[in-house]
Ligand binder design. Structure first.
Ligand code: DC
Length: 223
């Protein structure tokens, strides 16, 4: 069985995790949500009131952070399941500032690369095809119409019982798109060898089958 690395990048709420989870399930691969790792760091910083301007404080805090994922793919921060807490607006509103800090990125990228050593992994994020796994056999860059993304994120939060308004979600996505794509360290960029999928008008199943076809062409064998 040939295993490959699949990198999925794109703006917030383009459906990256839905596609990544679907591919991982069908291929028998591990799924890693790299955004959840930055969210967990952000939650830790908020809880411990870490000043982002104080590099020494940030460095010390990073040494105290251990992130893993359990069998349900929930994010575990120092032994605590923080999956629902990291999706709250308080974290969403702060995560782009935290993830723009170079030493935060270096720490996360190192862990992410270690997770991919055995291949057979689907990872989604912003810099997976460009920085984390530039040698990935398959790179997908997902895009979708901005208003469709707002509605999707709004529905997702609602389903999770998190209160928000369409306008609040719209402002948050706009703000994060801007910071994520203009930051100096590893901005969101489309890798030159990435396949672009605009899923604005695509059904989930259609998108998944298309992406699996790309994975097979890139050398993945199914179990
Ligand atoms: O995928 P998400 O929306 O949960 O990601 C949360 C934030 O983390 C996003 O606004 C930018 C940052 N991020 C990043 O900088 N690099 C990644 N590989 C993944 C996420």
């Amino acid at each position: 069985m040939n295993k490959i690395i699949i990198a999925i990048d794109g703006y917030s709420s383009c459906g990256k995790s839905t596609l990544a989870k679907g591919m991982a399930a069908r291929l028998g691969y591990m799924y890693i949500d790299s955004g959840a790792m930055y969210r967990a760091v952000t939650l830790f910083f908020l809880r411990h009131q870490i000043s982002l301007q104080d590099e020494e404080q940030v460095r010390k805090a990073l040494n105290e952070i251990n992130i893993s994922f359990n069998a349900q793919n929930h994010t575990i921060l120092n032994g605590e399941d923080v999956e629902s807490e990291i999706r709250r607006m308080s974290v969403s509103n702060y995560v782009s500032q935290v993830s723009a800090i170079p030493i935060v990125r270096r720490a996360m990228v190192r862990q992410q690369q270690a997770m991919g050593r055995g291949k057979g992994i689907v990872m989604d994020g912003r810099d997976i095809g460009t920085v984390v796994f530039p040698e990935a056999e398959l790179k997908i860059f997902l895009t979708a119409d901005p208003e469709i993304r707002v509605q999707r994120r709004f529905d997702e939060l609602k389903n999770k019982g998190i209160k928000s308004s369409l306008e609040e979600v719209r402002q948050n996505l706009r703000h994060r798109d801007h910071i994520d794509s203009t930051r100096e360290d590893s901005p969101l960029l489309q890798a030159p060898d990435a396949v672009v999928i605009d899923n604005s008008n695509m059904a989930r199943e259609e998108q998944l089958e298309y992406a699996l076809e790309l994975a097979r062409s890139a050398g993945a064998t199914t179990e």
